[in-house]
Ligand binder design. Structure first.
Ligand SMILES: O=P(O)(O)OC[C@H]1O[C@](O)(CO)[C@@H](O)[C@@H]1O
Ligand SMILES: [Fe+2]
Length: 197
């Protein structure tokens, strides 16, 4: 079946994602290994030992290159693999949006985890990811996906305004105020000892 559009400059696009892996063959994913996560985990000694031992892939996601316009929607899947650095679960770097007010929506396709969110004023929110559950990240909140499963990838589909942009600098220098660690086999939210005001 062909797709039609009233505007000949616009073409509908369909992408096939594998629901078991979260991956698509439509284009290469962007990949983050432990060595890309310098300064992100609280236990720096554990991170450097893990990088030296086996610099594993911790997450991958897609950027389909939609134009940076407020009228466009950037989207893709994000796959965070199971694992820990010390007691801290594998997670994405996390970021604010450059256009701070831009919100983002996630739908968990499989796995289990948490979305950690934090406003510039220090309000911290945590929402659970489980299959079929969406998490709306309000504008102004930095956001980080965390895989709390011992053995399953956390797979989400996300969408945000095309002109939102990514501000990694704030998180890279200050960190999140709170981090999520495993204690007695369960995730707990604790103060980040390395957070800088
Ligand atoms: O950009 P980060 O924080 O490394 O995490 C990657 C994830 O965030 C996104 O940028 C969406 O906000 C996706 O590309 C992916 O889900
Ligand atoms: Fe985002």
């Amino acid at each position: 079946m062909s797709t039609t559009s009233l505007d000949p400059t616009v073409t509908a696009v369909a992408t096939q994602f594998d629901l078991a892996t979260g991956l698509t063959e439509a284009r290469p994913s962007l990949q983050r290994r432990l060595s890309d996560m310098s300064g992100m985990y609280a236990d720096t000694a554990a991170l450097s030992a893990a990088v030296d031992a086996d610099d594993v892939l911790t997450y991958e996601f897609y950027d389909f290159g939609v134009p940076s316009l407020e009228t466009e929607v950037a989207y893709g899947t994000s796959i965070t693999y199971p694992g820990k650095v010390g007691d801290e679960y594998f997670m994405t770097k996390g970021h604010f949006h450059t256009r701070l007010e831009s919100a983002e929506i996630y739908l968990c396709l499989s796995g289990q985890g948490l979305m950690l969110m934090e406003s510039p004023e220090g309000d911290v929110q945590v929402e659970e990811f489980r299959p079929g559950r969406s998490v709306y990240v309000p504008g102004r909140y930095a956001h980080r996906s965390i895989n709390t499963s011992p053995d399953e990838p956390l797979i989400t589909f996300f969408a945000f305004p095309g002109d939102a942009g990514h501000d990694y600098g704030t998180i890279e220098t200050k960190g999140f105020r709170r981090i999520v660690l495993e204690r007695d086999g369960a995730p707990v939210l604790v103060d980040n000892p390395r957070w800088q005001s």
